[in-house]
Design a protein around this ligand. Structure first.
Ligand SMILES: *Cc1c(COP(=O)(O)O)cnc(C)c1O
Length: 397
């Protein structure tokens, strides 16, 4: 009944054009594989920007969702649900923080962290309300709300959306001197991605995050790690901050937390920070809903039981080494950690990604010149070999 052509035509006709998707329709998916309406099979090397770390439709997560669908799906936070406490407990254990605030999308969790930091600055640090400053990094990606794009350096994200939210200062990613200079008595927080995902899989100098944490401690500034994309084993550690030996004050989490089934996001921090919220000060109708909790609990259990950190490290090292065997004079660098890998070229890679699609490998560009390879963490060595054979053919020709 559905055809690729028909589906795309209808979407283009009635949908706002805020995306430019590759011309592939997913009609079925399982594990690392997706299938279009005509029965063509592709390997998913994007994993919905790391939200499909468990692979498509992980049976245990799908089962948890089905079981919960038969019980209760939404209570709002005006009432309790059976699973919220358990969700908190598991996420607290994973992050080592003692308090959790649940939301739905990554952007909402970022907004929550910004609010927490601003209010903490007033209530705990003693900054005058309205004077709080938050330091961010050039090249960041934290989402799409007005306040979040107000701290972006990307003109395409910002144009025509003014007036923008004040109170942000920007430094070069990885530049500790600029961070030092940017901090004042009004600084509430320094917000960073441990590795910039949308920015092009950019890894900062290995000592940057640690030095940033020290500076933050010296000046009573919160270090907020946006781990929406890098979190939950993607980089070979449960959180990418660990790669740099840092425990941030605040974690922003999302994407893979929802197990590829349902949007679930959260902020994790200790109570000296999250206690700034009292009833009425923040919320979300769907945040912490029982269906999301069921899915997230299953997603976290699987990551721990199946040792996703080890899987991502082992498969990621193998994949990265095999990608480095590929010869093409236009390759600038292959970099990343675990299964968050960027292959940078000295030219736009959109055409290459289209060619990869034609041989059955779905990868997407990030920042125009970088092909992002971020397959589901459950990918096998054989599946990586299958992909490498095709990637090699396309890139070496
Ligand atoms: C994707 C992403 C977000 C935004 O998440 P949404 O669920 O799309 O709102 C925030 N931060 C980072 C680092 C991301 O990669």
């Amino acid at each position: 009944m559905f055809t690729t052509k028909g589906v795309i035509e209808k979407a283009e006709k009635f949908g706002a054009h805020n995306y430019h998707p590759t011309e592939v329709v997913f009609s079925k998916a399982q594990g690392v594989w997706v299938e279009d309406p005509e029965g063509n099979k592709y390997m998913d090397m994007l994993s919905a920007y790391s939200a499909i770390s468990h692979g498509h439709r992980h049976p245990k997560i799908v089962q948890a969702a089905k079981d919960q669908l038969d019980k209760v799906t939404l209570t709002s936070r005006a009432f309790h649900n059976e699973l919220l406490g358990e969700f908190y407990e598991k996420l607290a254990a994973l992050t080592g923080k003692n308090m959790i605030l649940p939301m739905n999308t990554g952007a909402e969790a970022v907004e929550t962290a910004l609010k927490a930091a601003r209010r903490w600055a007033v209530d705990v640090k003693g900054v005058e309300d309205g004077k709080q400053e938050i330091v961010v990094c050039r090249g960041n990606f934290h989402g799409r709300t007005i306040s979040i794009i107000s701290m972006s350096s990307e003109p395409a994200y910002r144009r025509g959306y003014g007036p923008l939210t004040p109170g942000f200062k920007m430094i070069d990613y990885g530049n500790i001197d600029q961070l030092k200079e940017s901090i004042t008595e009004n600084t509430a927080a320094f917000l960073m991605e441990p590795i910039q995902g949308e920015g092009g899989i950019i890894v900062p100098p290995m000592n940057f995050m640690k030095e940033a944490k020290q500076l933050c401690e010296e000046h009573n500034v919160l270090l907020i790690a946006d781990e929406v994309q890098t979190g939950f084993a993607r980089t070979g550690k449960m959180f990418a901050s660990e790669l740099f030996g840092v425990e941030p004050d605040v974690y922003i989490l999302g994407k893979a937390l929802g197990g590829g089934v349902f949007p679930v996001s959260a902020v994790a921090a200790n109570s000296d920070i999250l206690n700034v919220f009292n009833p009425g000060s923040h919320g979300s109708t769907f945040g912490g809903n029982p269906l999301g909790c069921a899915v997230a609990i299953a997603a976290m259990d699987i990551m721990v039981e199946d040792k996703y950190t080890e899987m991502a490290k082992e498969k990621g090292d193998y994949f990265m080494n095999r990608l480095r065997e590929i010869k093409n004079p236009n390759i600038v660098e292959v970099r990343g950690f675990g299964l968050l890998i960027g292959m940078e070229f000295n030219h736009n890679v959109e055409a290459l990604c289209d060619e990869l699609k034609d041989v059955g490998v779905l990868a997407h560009d990030t920042h125009e010149t970088v092909i992002r390879f971020a397959p589901p963490i459950i990918i096998t060595k054989e599946e990586i070999d299958w992909a490498i054979e095709r990637i090699k053919k396309v890139i070496e020709k």
